[in-house]
Structures are given as C-alpha cells and as structure tokens.
Design a protein around this ligand. Structure first.
Ligand code: MLT
Length: 237
C-alpha cells in the first residue's frame, strides 16, 4: 500500500483521498456533522450555493462559507467551527463553499474513488476509515491557503501519516516524509497551529478561538465522505 502526501491539491488520485483543511473547512465540516447535520453539500462557487438554497426554498438548506476568512454575504454562517459547534443542525443539510477547502475536495473528487474530509479533530477516525477501504493508495491532500502551502495542513498530514503507519505497512513518498518531519518537530497541535500563517491571520480577525478548536486531536469519530463530484459534492456521515 502506498501512502503519499500532496502539499497542495495535485489532481490525479487512483484510490482513497483524505482532504485536509485544518483552518478551517474540514474542521468545520466535522463540527456540522457533530451537531447533527444529516449531510453537507460542497459547492464549486458561492453562486451555486445561493442558487441551491433559492431553488430549494422549502428544504431549509443552510449556507456556510467564507472568503478571506470572513462570512460570504447572503450566507447563514461563516466558516467557524466554534460557531458551528454552538448550533443545533439536527436534520439539516449544510451547503459549504470556502476559499480553499471545498475546492480541494472538488479537485480530489474528479479522480479519486473515495474522498474523505480529515482534520486534527477527526484524525484517528479518518485514518482508520481510509485504511479500511483503501486497496492501493492513500493520498493525504493538503488544501493550502490561496494556492500556497499551509503549515497546519502539512502538520495534520503528519499526524494522519503517523496513525496510518501504526496501522500497517506503507511505501511512503517524500511528501509523507516532509509531513512526518513537520509533525515531529513543530510541537503539539496548538503550538503548530499557533505558528501557522493562516492561524495568525485568523487571530488578527478575532477568530483565534477557531485555531484552538481546530487543534483538538481526535475528539470526533465522524468522517465526512463525499458521495459524488459535480458542481455539488455531497458529503455524508
Ligand atoms: C478555506 O477553506 O479556505 C479555509 O478554511 C479558510 C478559512 O476558513 O479561513
């Protein structure tokens, strides 16, 4: 079994893909499910999300997302996992569109067989699920920020890689070696996320609590799994 880490979305995945956007899309996706959401829809643009809600007015779709870390005008929520964790989403479908994370999921879904959303908060469960369904390769795909590598995503890939290496034999690539080195040298999750550029930016926006929330390790057993790929990729529990 191969284990690879793409420091940014690469675009060609033969088997299982774990999409990682610790600050904050995949952390928030897990939080929505933890708070009872039945499903997540990840759209390719804010307009697709807004049209979905207007075309399905009776369905009670809720929209969550951000640009530049701030809520998208017309959306019900931003992209804060702390905000999501404070709501009750029982029976709801949440439509997400973010600057980096939902796009990375769409890229993965173009070729990957199984697309899972991973963060630090569901890392062990995500690793277990990936190990259970993979037949040839597990790709850990870091979403990055504005098409640049994000430290926190590489760190989380190192955490996932450590879990996976403890679960079985893998041939690893240099991306995985980089991620493992990051995990072993960047301290504990809060130290690592605190040193990340996007973590500092979120703190400057008054969203530092999101960084602390995202640093929680394996507190959730829920692993969002994409059902299909198009303008709208559905993620289920
Ligand atoms: C993203 O998906 O681009 C990130 O989560 C950005 C953010 O929420 O700050």
């Amino acid at each position: 079994m191969r284990l690879r880490v793409d420091l940014l979305p690469h675009g060609n995945y033969p088997d299982v893909v774990l999409v990682i956007d610790v600050l904050r899309a995949t952390t928030t996706a897990v939080a929505y499910l933890e708070r009872g959401a039945d499903a997540l829809l990840l759209t390719s643009s804010p307009e697709v999300a807004l049209n979905l809600r207007s075309d399905n007015a009776e369905s009670g779709l809720l929209l969550g997302g951000e640009r530049g870390g701030l809520p998208i005008p017309g959306f019900d929520f931003g992209n804060s996992p702390v905000e999501a964790a404070a709501q009750n989403f029982t029976g709801k479908t949440v439509v997400m569109n973010t600057t980096n994370g939902t796009g990375a999921a769409h890229t993965a879904a173009q070729t990957g067989k199984h697309i899972l959303l991973a963060a630090l908060t569901n890392a062990h469960a995500a690793a277990r699920r990936a190990r259970a369904i993979a037949t040839e390769e597990i790709a850990l795909v870091c979403a990055g920020t504005d098409e640049r590598v994000s430290l926190e995503d590489v760190y989380a890939a190192g955490v996932l890689a450590e879990y996976l290496l403890a679960m079985g034999e893998f041939t690893i690539d240099d991306g995985a070696r980089i991620a493992l080195t990051m995990r072993r040298n960047a301290g504990n999750p809060i130290e690592a996320l605190g040193s990340a550029g996007h973590g500092a930016r979120l703190a400057s926006l008054g969203l530092g609590e999101d960084v602390r929330y995202a640093a929680q390790l394996s507190t959730s057993t829920l692993v969002p799994t994409l059902a299909d790929s198009s303008d709208v990729a559905g993620a289920l529990r």
